[in-house]
Design a protein around this ligand. Structure first.
Ligand code: DAK
Length: 256
């Protein structure tokens, strides 16, 4: 896969996606969003793509949606742009591929929304996160108002969205926005370690677990529990539980 703004590398079964639009701190315009869409569409065709790490080049993860681009929007154009961003981030959120955001620097506005669309967030101690849209007379438009509240609850989501403040990695950890903070030079190795742990587990199990977790957020407790038992049961149509359970009883590593 060749892209102008994305550098894709596959190492040890992990796909690394680096956003590289350095002249604008990796800000998201239609081209970058289009490439992210095409990248996931391609990765999803291949079952062996199971875990992806998304990061940014330089001092930013992504510094937001492209401010220069948005200045001349009318309501129709704004709706189309929001629709494009939401559909790309939904694709990432709902993908069978498990995604880890390795937040190397500024993850602001659309950048934080991209990180929120990923399944797991690891931040460098130098990262800064926030949703500054209200300081530009906007609201988050790529899913931030909805994903953040589901992740951290209404109180923290209201603080982040309504103040537009930026938060350090340590603050983001305390608020439950990121899973983990590492030294900058250890960011990718920590993401790799987490990716490898996931890759070592049952292939169907990890994909179905992600699917059920995400379905459950949208559903009632009852609906989510139904999905859980139906999926738990359907895994027994595959060889994975047999192998996993036998390996435990035979005191060996499973070979999924
Ligand atoms: N868009 C475009 N260019 C950007 C940018 C961005 N978001 N962020 C930075 N840049 C550009 C700068 O303009 C500068 O370009 P030159 O002047 O060199 O040509 C270059 O990147 C380097 O930036 P700085 O010189 O500012 O770098 P500093 O280290 O001094 O500062 C910073 C870094 C990240 C603190 C600062 O650049 C900054 O505050 N950037 C803006 C951050 C921000 O406000 N992000 C949120 C954007 S709003 C919606 C759809 C989507 C959204 C909302 C609604 N609908 C359609 C309804 C989403 C909105 C957003 O994401």
């Amino acid at each position: 896969m060749e892209f102008k703004y994305l550098k894709i590398e596959r190492k040890e079964d992990i796909t690394f996606i680096e956003i590289n639009r350095s002249e604008a701190l990796n800000a998201l315009n239609e081209d970058v969003l289009g490439e992210l869409n095409d990248c996931f569409e391609n990765l999803e065709k291949e079952k062996s793509n199971r875990v992806a790490v998304i990061t940014g080049q330089g001092k930013a993860f992504v510094a937001g949606a492209d401010i220069a681009k948005m200045r001349d929007f009318d309501p129709t154009k704004a709706y189309e742009f929001s629709n494009l961003g939401q559909s790309v981030f939904n694709k990432i959120d709902r993908s069978h591929i498990i995604t880890i955001a390795a937040i190397n620097g500024f993850a602001l506005g659309g950048g934080m929304e991209l990180a929120l669309a990923c399944d797991i967030r690891i931040a460098s101690s130098k990262a800064k996160v926030g949703l500054p849209e209200v300081s530009l007379g906007l609201i988050p438009g790529f899913g931030g108002t909805q994903r953040l509240v589901r992740l951290v609850g209404t109180g923290i989501a209201c603080e982040v969205v309504l103040t537009g403040n930026q938060y350090s990695a340590a603050e983001a950890l305390q608020m439950g926005i990121v899973n983990k903070v590492t030294e900058p030079e250890e960011l990718l190795s920590e993401a790799t370690k987490m990716a490898k742990a996931i890759l070592s587990r049952g292939t169907n199990a990890i994909q179905q677990a992600k699917r059920v977790i995400k379905l459950g957020i949208e559903d009632s407790m009852e609906g989510g529990l139904y999905q859980e038992k139906a999926t738990f049961s359907s895994l027994f149509n595959t060889q994975e539980p047999k192998e996993g359970l036998s390996a435990f009883l035979e005191k060996r590593k499973p070979n999924f």
